[in-house]
Design a protein around this ligand. Structure first.
Ligand SMILES: [Zn+2]
Length: 343
């Protein structure tokens, strides 16, 4: 895939292309921004662009995607391209000093076949202290043809000394319309489904492209039934639902969907454009609920959900937490006539 076809990221693309065009490619870059928005893909495409064998045309530097350099970088078999990343199978994934040593051994040699010897450090914030120190030495005295591409969604976790050696390139999530367009063309989805997945992924395009649509729709169905007045009307149903979700270890999943629905409901209540709704295709249900919702109470429920999500790891009784949240949601959305006797 050519670099120019990367979805979104117009500014990083422009900066990086200009650096090639004016022969000012830095020795180290830090690609940072939210998780899952295409930083690593951008780094790979940039690596291809600087090492591509095909001369570029009037559109400026780009990766052809088909020459030997481009295909080898894509397949990670290029002799001048090394990806260093933490072992994600580990409980605490880290980039270890041995991995940086391996890089140091190679860097003294000139590139074998291409203009640049490229080291892509994915999740660079996971460098151990020792590995970061070793890397810093290399960054301080870069070999003439070496190019470091550090990718991180937590740049503040990187030592300042390492960060200061890199040209910082900030990535922001692509616009929703760009994610939708990519889903429509790359996954051949109808616009409604593309909208749904793009909202669900919140600009994390990688996630949007690989989310199982049928599974996500199933969850949407299942958890929107939780917000149904018929469910909330009955306290015994609320208790049964909370118990069964807890038994199947799905309380957090349920809370996530409740929060999405709650945010949509607030937006509808405020008269927002349905384009901003995840559950756009359930607008009539949302409008019905919005006509009776008490926004202040709903905001409190959303805050409660956030608190539970933050503390979920700490021996919190999730079943009880879900019960409380559903009961409060009932107060927020169910009109008094439905919610039973006045309290
Ligand atoms: Zn190429």
């Amino acid at each position: 895939m050519p670099f120019s076809q990367l979805i979104g990221h117009d500014r990083p693309k422009a900066i990086l292309k200009a650096s090639i065009l004016h022969d000012r490619v830095a020795h180290a870059y830090l690609f940072h921004g939210e998780e899952g928005i295409g930083k690593k893909l951008a780094a790979i495409l940039f690596a291809q662009t600087v090492n591509c064998d095909t001369p570029y045309g009037s559109q400026g530097p780009d990766a052809c995607g088909t020459c030997r350099a481009c295909t080898q970088i894509d397949a990670r078999t290029h002799p001048d391209f090394l990806v260093i990343e933490p072992d994600r199978e580990m409980a605490n994934p880290q980039i270890k000093i041995e991995q940086v040593r391996q890089l140091e051994e190679q860097i003294v040699y000139r590139p074998l076949v291409s203009p640049w010897k490229i080291y892509l450090l994915d999740d660079a914030d996971r460098l151990t202290q020792g590995a970061a120190n070793a890397l810093l030495k290399t960054l301080e005295e870069p070999a003439a043809h070496s190019l470091f591409l550090l990718v991180s969604s937590r740049p503040s976790a990187l030592p300042t000394t390492v960060r200061s050696r890199c040209q910082s390139i900030r990535f922001v999530p692509p616009a929703k319309t760009q994610v939708e367009a990519a889903l429509i063309t790359q996954r051949d989805l109808p616009p409604d489904d593309a909208h749904f997945l793009s909202m669900l992924a919140q600009g994390r395009i990688g996630l949007a492209l690989r989310t199982d649509l049928a599974e996500a729709r199933k969850q949407q169905d299942e958890f929107s039934s939780l917000t149904n007045p018929a469910t909330l009307r009955s306290i015994s149903t609320i208790l049964t639902v909370a118990e069964s979700l807890h038994k199947s270890d799905r309380v957090l999943e349920a809370l996530e969907w409740l929060a999405r629905w709650g945010r949509d409901l607030l937006l509808v209540r405020m008269g927002a454009d349905p384009e901003h709704l995840l559950n756009r295709d359930r607008l009539p249900d949302l409008q019905r609920a919005a006509s009776t919702v008490q926004p202040q109470l709903l905001v409190q429920v959303l805050e409660e959900i956030q608190t539970v999500e933050r503390h979920a790891g700490r021996n919190l009784n999730l079943q009880l937490a879900l019960e409380q949240i559903l009961l409060h949601l009932r107060d927020a959305v169910a009109p008094p006539a439905l919610a039973g006797p006045a309290r």
